[in-house]
Design a protein around this ligand. Structure first.
Ligand SMILES: NC(=O)c1ccc[n+]([C@@H]2O[C@H](COP(=O)([O-])OP(=O)(O)OC[C@H]3O[C@@H](n4cnc5c(N)ncnc54)[C@H](OP(=O)(O)O)[C@@H]3O)[C@@H](O)[C@H]2O)c1
Length: 431
């Protein structure tokens, strides 16, 4: 099986290096031998001396996707508009595609998967989500017989590293981001990671695989970690929680809830133990029950493991030509819910509420009245000693609906008084 690679950055270079290092092992596990025949990238000099004998390096990406000898194209550029065009062209030329480009699939996945279906080719993307965790194959194959009820994960290593530094070492946000950059965990511009968008790209792919819904990025509500206050990290800890950037997709009677947001997780839960730049994913299926997967979320070498697994999968197809194995998005095309997916924002769960109040008689009573009138009961309460005649009141509610919370908010703001802040985060149960 002849493979060709677009791009020659961290992931592409590591993929070829790992292939060469483990080629005897890979050969022993594949029905058809794999051969890298072409690399095309913007700066071909980066690939000099780093590709197997006989592999041609150029800057001709279009020539690569049009080359009739190529069976599978590995799209590893990270460029969304160009990646889309090259992937569609490769498919129209009846080539299989492997990509690690989650932004590309989150934004153009439906178009790409429809084209793949039309031409009968596979688009595999194990490297696009939580690279050391085989979550795509788990959802598509290992857990295929399950009705998945929820998938909850820490899907962005940069944000998790930043939050871990803030929580475990008392770093501030800017200092933690700078340290992440110094260690190579964060890009020079970390916005995509800390804004929650990268995790949202990954979540919509997992939601689509789990529930058979379209890859509709606009359905994901996401909020990042830029505004997390160290104060809330400290209060959460005192109440037995860690604040994590949680990506969650769950199917309930009201519809599908897909969101990424800073969330309190119980210290005893597996998710709370996912520290530094690691990723973790909790899954619930009607047959398998709860399952938890843990591993690195990034790194060229780690991603090469996932990309090569996809390549090996293709090389093991009995039918060398057409699509085979599980459906690209888990469900057969006719069985995906193309229309009529109900999305809900009305989640049932507990909430962390921090009110900064004037430290004077009667204020607490006002807050209690607001909670009672909204039928919101309190699970935990903490009051932190006043500074400058103000005090922080922290409430963890019992389960309520988010509309119950939203309806109560104006009264809470009024109780807090002008200029006083209210901070709210959702709280997870044990996962
Ligand atoms: N790095 C990770 O840990 C990781 C993990 C999971 C998934 N991914 C995904 O894997 C993909 C690649 O990531 P990476 O870290 O390898 O990125 P990278 O180091 O920036 O490499 C990108 C490569 O593609 C080339 N390229 C970019 N735009 C191009 C264009 N318009 N035409 C031709 N070549 C172009 C670049 O050329 P130059 O050499 O000229 O810059 C570079 O060789 C991305 O989609 C990323 O999201 C990465």
């Amino acid at each position: 099986m002849k493979a060709a690679v677009l791009g020659f950055g961290n992931v592409a270079a590591a993929t070829i290096e790992s292939f060469m290092a483990n080629q005897e092992l890979i050969r022993a596990k594949t029905r058809r031998p794999i051969k890298f025949v072409r690399v095309a990238t913007r700066t071909p000099a980066r690939a000099e001396g780093k590709v197997p004998a006989g592999c041609v390096v150029s800057n001709d990406c279009w020539g690569l996707v049009d080359d009739p000898q190529v069976d599978v194209v590995l799209e590893l550029t990270g460029d969304v508009p160009l990646g889309r065009q090259l992937v569609l062209r490769a498919l129209s030329n009846r080539k299989h595609v492997i990509t690690a480009n989650k932004a590309l699939l989150a934004k153009h996945g439906e178009e790409i998967m429809s084209m793949a279906e039309e031409v009968g080719r596979n688009v595999l993307f194990e490297g696009a989500v939580a690279v050391s965790i085989p979550i795509i194959k788990t959802l598509r194959e290992s857990a295929a017989a399950n009705r998945i009820s929820s998938i909850t994960g820490i899907l962005n290593g940069t944000s998790n590293y930043v939050l871990s530094q803030m929580s475990e070492h008392g770093a501030d946000f800017a200092g933690a981001v700078a340290e992440a950059q110094r260690r190579g965990y964060a890009e020079a511009d970390p916005t995509l990671d800390v804004s929650g968008e990268d995790a949202a790209h990954k979540l919509i792919l997992l939601a689509s695989l789990s529930f058979g819904v379209p890859i509709d990025f606009s359905a994901v509500q996401f909020k990042g970690i830029q505004d997390i206050d160290r104060l809330d990290i400290g209060f959460a800890k005192r109440l037995g929680y860690q604040i994590k950037l949680i990506a969650q997709a769950s199917m309930g009677p009201e519809g599908l809830d897909v969101s990424v947001q800073p969330t309190l997780v119980p210290i005893a839960s597996m998710l709370a133990k996912v520290s530094d730049s690691m990723n973790g994913i909790a899954l619930k299926g009607d047959l398998l029950g709860p399952a938890f997967l843990y591993g690195s979320g990034a790194g060229g070498r780690q991603t090469s493991s996932a990309v090569l697994a996809d390549l090996i999968e293709l090389a093991n197809r009995e039918d060398a030509g057409g699509a085979g194995g599980a459906y690209n998005m888990g469900f057969g095309h006719g069985h995906r819910r193309a229309q009529g997916v109900a999305y809900t924002r009305d989640r049932v769960g507990a909430f962390y509420i921090r009110l900064r109040l004037d430290d004077k008689a009667g204020v607490l009573a006002k807050v209690s009245t607001v909670l009672a009138q909204a039928n919101v009961s309190v699970n935990a309460l903490l009051q932190d000693g006043g500074q400058h005649e103000q005090t922080d009141l922290i409430i963890i509610t019992h389960d309520i609906t988010s509309s119950q919370l939203n309806n109560m908010l104006p009264a809470l703001y009024e109780a807090a008084g002008p200029g006083h802040s209210v901070v709210i985060h959702p709280v997870l149960g044990i996962h």
